[in-house]
Every structure is written in C-alpha cells, then in structure tokens.
Design a protein around this ligand. Structure first.
Ligand code: 2M8
Length: 454
C-alpha cells in the first residue's frame, strides 16, 4: 500500500506540473484554464511540499492582480487563452472600467473565500528555506491585510460584523442547494440576460454541471454587480443577493487567526488581527447560529432570514479554534447522522449535501458529491478539536477516493465514482498536503483501521 501512496503522490505532482501556466496553476487545463483564487491557495500549499519557490510564486501572482481597494479577484485570466475558451471571460467582467485593476492583468470582478493567509502560514510551517519563506510572508502580508480589510470595510453593509458574498461564485460552492431559494426568488426581467454560450459543457458532462436555468441566474447576478460598477457602497440598493455564510466566514476567521500569527513571525503587530478575530467569532455565533435547529446557517442580509438547508457549509465553524462546546457537539451530531454519514457499505464521507434530501444529487456539482477541499477543511477542523477518529475517517475516505478514481473534481459518496474535471489541481494538491501532514507516504497506510501510522 505504501507503493500505491508513493505512486499516487507522484501522479499528484505530475498534475500540478502539467497544469502549471508559467507563474500560476490552472485548476484544470480544459474546464478552468485560468487562475482561480482559492484554488491557488490549495495548490500552493500542496506544491510547497516539493517546490517552495513555485508555491510562493503562485500566491504572489494572484496578489499581483489584487484590486487597489483590496478586493482579491476570484479569477486572474490567463492572457494566452482566448475569450472563447471560458465563459464569462474578461470581456464580460469589464473590470478594467473600475480603474482598480493592476496594469497588465485581467481579472473577474468578484472574490472567493479568503483562505490565503492560512495557506501561506501552513506553507511557512514546513518550509525548507525558512529565511526565504519569512521574506515571502513579509512580501505577502500587505496584500493579505488589504484583502481582509476590504472584506471588513466594504462587504458588511448592515454592520453585522461579517462579510457578505454577492454571488454564489464567491462562495466557492456555486451550485449548492443552500442558494436555491435565493436564486428562485430572483426576478429576472425577460430579455435581461444576454445571449451567451456555456463553455463548461464542452468539457464536462451536463449531468455533472449546473442547469441552464441556474447558469442564467449566475450570469444575471454577475451582470448586476458589474453594471453597478462593482460599487460596494451601494450594495443594499443594487445587490439582489447578499449573504453571510458559515463557510466563507469560518475561513475568514481561520485566516484572520493565521494573519495574527504571520504578523508575529515577521515582526508586525498581531493586535489588530486578534481583535478582528474576536469580533468575527462573536458575530458568527450571534448572526449565523440558529439555536432552535442547533445549526449554523447562512444569513440573507437583505431579508434578514437564515437559510435552513442541510449542507456542508454548516460544519465549517469547526475551523474556529474557540468554538463553544455546545456548538461543537451539535456539529458532531450532524456529521455522524445518516444524512452526512450514510450507513450504506462502502460510502465515502463527507457528502456536500444531506443524502436524505429529495433534491440530493450524487453527481451534480456541489449538490451532494464529496469534494477533497471541503473534506480537507473538515479534517483540519475536527483535528484541532481533538476528534481524531472522525478526522482520520475523512482523511481515509479522501485518499481512497483519489486512489480509486484519480484526481477528479468531485466524487460519488456511495460508489466513489469521479465526476467533473480530470487532472483537477486542488484534488492533487490537497492529497499531497494530507499525506505529508500525516507523516509522508512511507508512514501512511490506506488499509487497516483507522489511518494507521506504520
Ligand atoms: C467552480 O467555479 C467556477 C466559477 O468560478 C465555474 O464553475 O466555472 C467552483 O467549484 C469554484 O469553487 C472553483 O474555484 C472553480 C475552479 O476550480 O470552479
């Protein structure tokens, strides 16, 4: 089995090599030929175990495209790829019009979960060249700080203490049922959505991807934000979608803790980040916790309502190192329930949506399948709270999935079949990170019970 893991790690590195674009990495050469923001953080972390220099370059390339207001764009376009190869491309976003996009770069106009400070800190923790890594942290720190300040300053229009996302694409979990109600409630005036061609369907099975109706809603929301001039001061008047969600906010909190640590490492003042973390932590408990359901839910700040869907985002507050015992116990109960831990033989944890929901879909993008990045986040969260057995089960399931089906984009929780893109970068990168964190290929066994160290 050791040999298999060694081979697996070799293939994971090969994928990162093939998807390397020269200064950053594409999530997939076919489906996603540009640089994506949170993908790059996962990719840099995985790559850093064998190539510190390129891993650092990955994040520096991303931050070189950060807007002047601190907004870190969710896509940095690869200028060698034509507009026709991915929709929506730079022409659609028309970001340059804001005057905030750095010269020589082309970006989208929305952001993604701010996992970057955490990735940079983790990279530093195992860096071989510690001096180079410290210098890298010092170079990245102003950008990380600006990214966090942007979210606190411009994305909290009602002052709840949490940033909102203005598009499901910002959540990273685009097509999750958690947004269904909001997308259904959108009143899209007939004729407003321009004619467009879906490029994703040229590279992926339509059964794995969002429906056309959902895509229209995605395009409409992106257009609305673009046509407002990406003006966050007018969000309450112009945004049809403004949601503070547990996954985005928990990652923001986790990274804010990391930012305080980075500040300490480079000799800056961690105080402002510690204060920010305390505020975010408190706001998450106040705004996103439903005491009756005993669950964290996203809050729609336009209606004031919580969004009661049973999705994986409810478990993300495990990333809060100080999560109170009551909340921790409730999350564990849910994670162990038949909805997220189906009892069928050979199932794989953790489905992204309750397997008991009538609209659970075992293969469609974010509507049920297991993803390696959400597993990796929960693995971290469980470990930090001392739930070793549960964390090990997730690690074992993740490795079994990629060993069985390759580095696919997502996986069937029941039979482990792979869906979406093949040669998907974050599945490869986080496999590397997982194995290395567990002690390396020669120490990890996939067989036996549980993830035993040899
Ligand atoms: C997916 O999102 C993009 C749009 O941003 C798409 O469907 O075209 C999501 O899974 C997102 O989380 C991810 O960052 C991106 C690239 O892997 O693909």
């Amino acid at each position: 089995m050791e040999t298999t893991l060694t081979t697996l790690l070799g293939s994971a590195r090969d994928i990162l090599h093939v998807n390397w674009l020269g200064a950053s990495t594409a999530p997939s050469r076919t489906l996603y030929p540009h640089q994506w923001s949170w993908d790059s953080a996962f990719i840099a972390l995985g790559r850093s175990w064998h190539d510190q220099r390129r891993a650092e370059q990955e994040l520096e390339t991303l931050f070189a495209a950060q807007w002047s207001n601190g907004m870190l764009p969710h896509i940095v376009f690869n200028l060698d790829v034509s507009e026709a190869e991915y929709f929506p491309g730079p022409g659609f976003w028309d970001a340059r019009r804001t005057g905030r996009v750095p010269r020589g770069t082309a970006t989208s106009g929305i952001t993604q979960p701010p996992i970057h400070a955490r990735a940079a800190l983790d990279m530093h923790r195992h860096a071989r060249d510690v001096d180079a890594s410290r210098a890298f942290l010092a170079r990245l720190y102003p950008g990380l700080r600006a990214q966090h300040e942007y979210l606190a300053r411009d994305r909290d229009p009602t002052g709840i203490g949490l940033p909102v996302i203005v598009h499901p694409w910002e959540s990273g979990l685009d097509n999750s049922p958690v947004w269904d109600r909001d997308l259904r409630d959108l009143r899209i005036p007939p004729g407003t959505v321009p004619a467009y061609r879906r490029r994703d369907l040229q590279h992926a099975d339509p059964a794995d991807r969002p429906t056309d109706e959902v895509y229209d809603a995605f395009v409409y929301l992106a257009m609305r934000y673009r046509d407002s001039g990406y003006d966050d001061r007018r969000l309450l008047d112009t945004a049809p979608f403004a949601i503070a969600g547990p996954l985005f906010c928990a990652i923001y909190l986790w990274s804010t803790d990391a930012l305080a640590e980075i500040a300490r490492i480079i000799g800056a003042d961690p105080g402002p980040h510690e204060d920010a973390a305390a505020r975010i932590r408190e706001a998450m408990l106040r705004e996103l916790w439903d005491p009756e359901a005993r669950r964290f839910y996203p809050r729609d700040i336009l209606t004031g309502h919580l969004e009661p869907e049973e999705t994986i985002v409810s478990f993300a507050p495990l990333l809060d190192a100080d999560l109170p015992a009551e909340h921790l116990a409730a999350i564990l109960e849910d994670l162990r329930s038949v909805c997220f831990h189906p009892e069928a033989d050979g199932h794989f944890v953790v489905p992204t949506f309750s397997t008991r929901s009538p609209v659970f879909d075992r293969r469609r993008y974010w509507r049920g399948p297991v993803w390696i990045n959400t597993n990796w986040l929960l693995w971290h969260g469980l470990k930090q709270h001392g739930y070793e057995a549960e964390a090990e089960e997730i690690a074992r399931a993740s490795l079994a999935l990629v060993a069985r089906s390759g580095f696919r984009e997502y996986f069937d929780p029941f039979d482990g079949a792979g869906y979406g893109a093949s040669g998907f970068s974050w599945s490869a990168a986080l496999t590397i990170d997982l194995v290395e964190q567990l002690g390396g290929a020669e120490h990890v066994r996939l067989d036996g019970n549980p993830m035993a160290h040899a």
